[in-house]
Design a protein around this ligand. Sequence first.
Ligand SMILES: C[S@@+](CC[C@H](N)C(=O)[O-])C[C@H]1O[C@@H](n2cnc3c(N)ncnc32)[C@H](O)[C@@H]1O
Length: 325
Amino acid sequence: MVEKLWDVQRPGRSQVMSAGSRKNLSRRRGLPSRGHWPASMCRMHEATTRLQALSRGIGNLATAAALLAPFPGLGATPTVPVEDVPFITTPDHVTVAMLELAGVGAQDHVIDLGSGDGRIVITAAKRFGASGLGVEIVPDLVAQSRVNARRAGVAARTRFEVQDLYATDLSTASVVTMYLLPEVNLALRPRLLALKPGTRLVSHDWALGDWAPDRTLTVAVPEKTIGREKLSRLHLWTVPAAVQGLWCGPAGATLQLQQRYQVLSALLTQGGLARSYSGRLHGAALELLGEAGARWQATVDGEVLRGGDATATLPWRRAGAAGCG
Ligand SMILES: C[S@@+](CC[C@H](N)C(=O)[O-])C[C@H]1O[C@@H](n2cnc3c(N)ncnc32)[C@H](O)[C@@H]1O
């Protein structure tokens, strides 16, 4: 039995609330069509599609209200939040597994994108001592999250804002959590990749396209209502430093790095010898492995690499327009 971490107060509306137009979202962001979606996501989408008639009705209301605007008292413009993902909660034991996977601790600031009733941020604060921000497009859910945070005794370390996750400043996060949809994850990917090296990203169920996770964990969820598999997949990425290009080392040495997300291949030219390496980035920590156990390690510090192999540990600098000359 999983410990109840905090008092869940669900708002007085159904779990799946309403949806923005996914077709429009895909068109807007140049994303894959529904034909590419996995089965479980199609079911999530079906649920939202049924509610689109409702949102279209609300759209008509908004049009009518706009037409009536010049006649005060005859019409009022309703505020309609546009949700890119329906409200479905992460179960408590999955929430804990997500935060453990990211290694959340007291020094972390967790931002949950689409924070629902606040459970991920509240658990991060209550159980792991972190601070946190939840951004959520549905005002009722934000109000409820604030109540839940007060009840859990973590109001001082948590903040909940009515905000579009696409407009959220993520620069203060050391951990970003998401339970969204594949297309939304993909649209967020460039911004996630540009975060501070070492920032951890955890996504419930959905990946980040061809950016392979550093770790994936499967958690049993017998009560799951979405999809046939009664389990959740949790994916973890650590944002890698951007190191693609040519680096200049001591005594004319050069290091040419090819980067694909956290995966590296490298050509090191030193003392008239060229050696190939393959390796990885873990945040700002770079490790290259070559033939015969050759190992090259460095820490990325902006435009400087500090480290090397046992024979050369001086700083390496990014090449300028004229190369290393
Ligand atoms: C699947 S729920 C996840 C809720 C919570 N993070 C959890 O794991 O329990 C996704 C949430 O994202 C919210 N959401 C959808 N589109 C959003 C947007 N553009 N900006 C902010 N929140 C959004 C929904 O209202 C919903 O509460």
